[in-house]
Design a protein around this ligand. Structure first.
Ligand SMILES: [Zn+2]
Length: 300
């Protein structure tokens, strides 16, 4: 991604990006394979990072292998730039990658590492999205043997997964999966798209940005390359649907802070037990708020 950068020769004696050059090269090789076979879970030698597995070590290894001076990094957790996990990951990259900028604005970032959300603002071909993955294999809920799962993936046999969705419909009248919705990539491999809400799944389809998934503990990397077909598993008579945030009268709820009616909303329970809703993407919420106050000023 960044040809010709040199390692900083500082006192800390860390490699640029913490990982040694061999580790980064191996991750990049796995990324190339993952991009070549969309949706295929490519194994790689996940390194020990100075943080616990489960805190985004897979995503971080992708980020550190790809980032270079001149890049601008945005890190979000549940849509927010300010949550502890996002702040710590961003700080770690700042420490180990001199020359890298960080940003909160989605449009300014060249590389976005995220947990649980895809940003509301549409991504571009110049951007790269890294998603942190706890469980890479969608078949793990129906087949405990990894060997058998590999055969099922190879044959594109997802009948047991579809049976599981069907059982949901029989029992609850709808598919109850809220996060990690199984999604077929490029007509073959079904992926676990990481714990993004259903609302974000359509953003994988024909995405302009390259989307990479990193599972550090499970040692897997997979990809949805730009302009690739991504179809959530569903049935002809029970189509896939996303959260619609309608209240009892059928109206779309708005963000209590910025008033947006086109964003994924978090439910917040106030002290009195009352519920309120706010954009989960904090940058989007700030942008909407700024636009609205500018409009108010202009009309005043
Ligand atoms: Zn908002």
């Amino acid at each position: 991604m960044n040809p010709g950068y040199e390692l900083p020769l500082d006192e800390a004696a860390y490699s640029f990006g913490f990982l040694d050059e061999y580790a980064k090269r191996e991750v990049r090789r796995a990324i190339l394979k993952a991009v070549s076979i969309p949706g295929y879970q490519t194994p790689y030698a996940s390194r020990e990072m100075p943080m616990g597995r489960g805190f985004g070590t897979g995503g971080l290894q992708l980020t550190l292998s790809l980032i270079g001076p001149g890049d601008t990094l945005k890190v979000i957790d549940q849509g927010s730039d300010d949550s502890v996990n996002a702040v710590n990951l961003r700080h770690f990259v700042e420490l180990t990658c001199p020359g890298v900028d960080t940003a909160e604005r989605t449009a300014e970032a060249t590389l976005i590492q995220s947990r649980h959300r895809i940003p509301e603002a549409p991504l571009t071909e110049e951007q790269l999205l890294v998603l942190q993955v706890p469980y890479p294999d969608p078949l793990v809920v129906v087949e405990p043997s990894e060997g058998k799962r590999k055969i099922m993936h190879g044959e594109g046999d997802y009948s047991r997964l579809l049976t599981k969705l069907y059982e949901d419909i029989v029992q609850f009248d709808e598919i109850t999966i809220s996060h990690r919705y199984p999604t077929r990539i490029n007509g073959h491999y079904v992926i676990d798209p990481s714990p993004i809400p259903r609302y974000d799944v359509p953003r994988l389809h024909q995405s302009r940005a390259l989307i990479l998934f990193g599972a550090g503990r499970e040692k897997r990397i997979y990809a949805v390359p730009p302009y690739t077909v991504a179809e959530p598993l569903a049935f002809e008579d029970v189509p896939f649907r996303t959260e619609d945030f309608r209240e009892e009268h059928g109206n779309r709820r708005a963000c209590a802070r910025c008033g947006a009616k086109d964003s994924f909303l978090d439910e917040i329970i106030l002290d009195g037990g009352e519920k309120t809703y706010q954009c989960s993407d904090s940058d989007y919420c700030n942008q909407q708020l700024a636009m609205r106050s500018a409009a108010v000023e202009a009309s005043a």
